[in-house]
Design a protein around this ligand. Structure first.
Ligand SMILES: [Zn+2]
Ligand SMILES: [Zn+2]
Length: 233
């Protein structure tokens, strides 16, 4: 999934051709091959789910002679590709704050389909970008305040999947996507999981009205009634 979002990010931010984007993807895939060769615990950069994984890869690459040699022969295309991906995943919060809806694309359905919610891996990078995209405001009500989080120095907020990931099997495209993640204050987040149905329905309807266009751009075309049923099921 991150590979698709990375391509979109490169197109939006660098305004480059599909061919150049593919060039970066090829560069990252060569790094993946190298990671596997050296038995590094993470062997697919596009499958990372947190920035600490990328930090670990960064440190490995900086000290791996084969990589340094390959990179220097290749006019630094490998490190440039990695740095673009790192910027996308971990440091370009400004981009997401300026309009995360530019990233709404249909994403392929994950290959491994399991039937329990616990087995779906949530991508923490997608969650972090979604919170940035909402400017650290509760999307149920922007006046909800929390406290300043130690890690970000910003208001503490949580990412919530509107359509729970356990319903992935019902869709032909991925649903762990930006359009399906909302930023909520911890109270509203708990409400969506543990509140009474009447209140959950109210919030779900409001969020559907805000998100339906983005969901549909991401391939998730769902009538309101069916959406509400999945959200508050
Ligand atoms: Zn949630
Ligand atoms: Zn709230």
């Amino acid at each position: 999934m991150l590979i698709e979002y990375f391509k979109q990010y490169m197109q939006v931010t660098c305004n480059i051709t599909d061919k150049s984007v593919d060039h970066y993807v090829t560069g990252i895939n060569s790094i993946n091959t190298l990671l596997e060769k050296y038995n590094f615990p993470i062997i697919d950069i596009f499958a990372v789910s947190s920035c600490s994984d990328l930090d670990a890869i960064k440190i490995f690459l900086k000290t791996n002679p084969e990589f340094l040699n390959k990179d220097s022969i290749g006019h630094h295309m490998y490190s440039v590709a990695f740095n673009h991906f790192y910027r996308f995943a971990c440091t370009d919060s400004d981009f997401f704050r300026r309009g995360i809806n530019r990233m709404d694309i249909t994403v392929a359905k994950p290959e491994i389909i399991t039937d329990t919610a616990a087995q779906w891996k949530r991508n923490q990078i997608v969650i972090a970008h979604s919170i940035e995209g909402a400017n650290y405001c509760c999307e149920h009500n922007v006046s909800h305040s929390t406290f300043i989080a130690r890690s970000s120095g910003k208001a503490y907020m949580e990412g919530h999947h509107l359509i729970p990931l356990k319903y992935q099997t019902k869709f032909n495209c991925g649903i762990d996507v930006y359009a399906n993640v909302v930023c909520l204050c911890p109270v509203c987040h708990r409400l969506m999981h543990f509140g009474r149905d009447s209140e959950r329905r109210y919030v779900a309807e409001m969020l559907f009205d805000k998100r339906s266009a983005r969901l549909s751009k991401s391939g998730i075309d769902i009538p309101k009634k069916e959406f509400i049923e999945l959200v508050i099921a």
